[in-house]
Design a protein around this ligand. Structure first.
Ligand code: NAD
Length: 475
């Protein structure tokens, strides 16, 4: 077994390490999970709901330890607390919705009244879950929980960049014996992830497009479904007549949340000619008031970058943009202080689509703003992207902005605000467009259905057709 060193984002020191599970260890975990899953599904939905509810209580009990570990890996306390709250919320929400989503009453076939039928659901025995570092806990469980509710066992590999929460989380799982080998957390990097993909019955992956493409290919080879939740390059379009201060606040909040290390962060802005100058001025004014957070509760707005290698991409994109004529009006390059790497809110003008800053994922608090003169041009620009995760449209009213929003090739569009899909976890569905993902919606209670196969049972309660029927169709 090889070890992976883990960096502390506030000190820059590698002060933790994990073991990397190899293919044979993953094989042992998955074999146990497959056996445990039989009891998990046979126990029935009520038992699963009771067990998961018991686990949510343990998550509260172990909450402080889990949040403390997450806070070290991600350099932020409040968002780590929110992550724990979100997982507890997912458990309650999916458990509450499951009886209706998974209900399978017998029904008569309209065209054949003697035949009654129902569809029964057979969960994939083992669902492999592979997650990234930006929201280590939430993204390890946002898909695992509906899979568990559906009756699958899960094998979860969180990112090797932020794995400290695994130990306390394991203790919370061990406190609920019925979850033994049903929720399995394993540690490791790409090789461990690849072993999970090749041995699971279904895979759900959250991460970058290049890794998603490898996983899609490996899943195709293993002939298992892969549900992929990938990167984004969300656009905000600010139409003529928009409230400029509101747009600037919403865009900056999205760009700065978690220091921009968010798949659905606004990473490019298209502003109508009539308000371009005032929007840039307002973005700069508001950005200038944002402060670094050096410790929990100090009132700062953003922490150091979690993954120091990400700043190589950010700096390279900014350098490329400047070389091609862009102007950095606020912020700029990354800064390393006592081992922590900071990227301050950065506003960039004079950008165009020849620059990687406008076409590739940045994953940092950078807001490039481009001018447009008519809506056809704005429509072209916002859709001129390989990504289609989400976006935002600002306009003089909901109707005008909403009309334009229907032209955006993205799975979730906020109107006169940003990041609104976050609040609709159980209420609606949204799918990623283009290279931002595939495999249906993780949003909406119906995402439980991703993890089941459907078996139709049909019973004939009338007479069986006579053998003479064969003669009627033979010629
Ligand atoms: P990444 O693709 O580098 O890694 C994600 C996970 O995949 C890690 O656990 C890693 O160990 C594993 N992995 C790497 N190679 C693998 C392989 N060949 N087979 C199996 N597993 C492998 O992504 P990251 O840098 O950790 O996360 C950032 C990316 O995640 C960004 O692109 C971001 O947009 C995306 N993301 C998407 C969403 C979403 O909901 N759509 C949410 C958060 C992050």
């Amino acid at each position: 077994m090889t070890s992976i060193a883990v960096r502390n984002p506030r000190t820059g020191e590698t002060d933790y390490q994990i073991e990397s599970a190899d293919a044979s260890q993953i094989n042992a975990v998955i074999s146990d999970a497959r056996i445990a899953q039989r009891g998990w599904v046979a126990g029935g939905l009520e038992h699963r709901i009771a067990t998961l509810s018991a686990w949510s209580e343990q998550l509260e009990i172990f909450g402080e330890e889990i949040v403390a570990a997450l806070s070290v890996d991600t350099a932020r306390h409040r968002i780590s607390t929110e992550e724990l709250g979100a997982v507890i919320h997912f458990i309650h929400g999916f458990c509450e919705a499951a009886p209706e989503v998974l209900a399978t009453p017998f029904r008569k076939l309209d065209a054949h009244p003697d035949i009654v039928f129902k569809v029964t659901y057979s969960p994939y025995p083992v669902v492999g879950v592979i997650s990234p570092w930006n929201f280590p806990l939430v993204l390890s469980f946002i898909d695992a929980i509906p899979a568990l509710v559906a009756g699958a066992a899960v094998v979860i590999k969180p990112s090797e960049v932020t794995p400290r929460f695994i130990e306390p989380l394991r203790r919370s799982i061990e406190a609920v014996p019925a979850l033994k080998s049903v929720i399995n957390l394993v540690t490791g990097g790409a090789g461990t992830g690849a072993a999970i993909v090749s041995q699971s019955d279904a895979v759900v992956f959250t991460g970058s497009v290049p890794t998603g493409q490898k996983i899609a290919a490996a899943a195709a080879q293993a002939f298992v479904p892969a549900f992929l939740e990938l990167g984004g390059k969300d656009a905000a379009v600010v139409l003529a007549g928009s409230d400029v201060a509101r747009a600037a606040t919403s865009i900056l909040r999205s760009a700065l949340y978690n220091s921009g290390q968010v798949c659905y962060a606004i990473e490019r802005v298209y502003a109508h000619d009539s308000l371009y100058d005032s929007l840039v001025a307002e973005l700069c004014r508001q950005a200038a008031g944002m402060r670094r957070s050096h410790a929990a509760g100090d009132g700062g707005h953003y922490g150091p970058m979690i993954f120091d290698k990400q700043v190589v991409t950010i700096d390279a994109q900014l350098a490329d943009a400047v070389e091609k004529g862009a102007k950095i009006v606020v912020g700029g390059k990354s800064e390393r202080i006592n081992g922590a790497v900071w990227v301050d809110p950065t506003i960039v003008t004079d950008v165009d689509h020849t620059m990687s800053l406008m076409t590739e994922e940045t994953f940092g608090p950078v807001v490039p703003v481009m001018r447009f003169t008519d809506e056809a041009q704005a429509e072209f620009l916002m859709n001129d992207s390989i990504f289609g995760l989400s976006g935002a449209v600002f306009g003089p009213d909901t109707h005008t902005a909403g009309d334009f929003a229907t032209k955006m090739e993205a799975g979730g569009v906020s109107i006169n605000d940003t990041e609104l899909p976050r609040v609709m976890m159980f209420d609606g569905e949204k799918t990623a467009f283009k290279k931002s993902g595939m495999g249906g919606s993780r949003y909406g209670a119906t995402s439980i259905m991703r993890y089941v196969r459907k078996r139709a049972l049909l019973a004939n309660e009338g007479a069986v057709p006579s053998l003479d029927k064969l003669a009627e169709v033979a010629d």
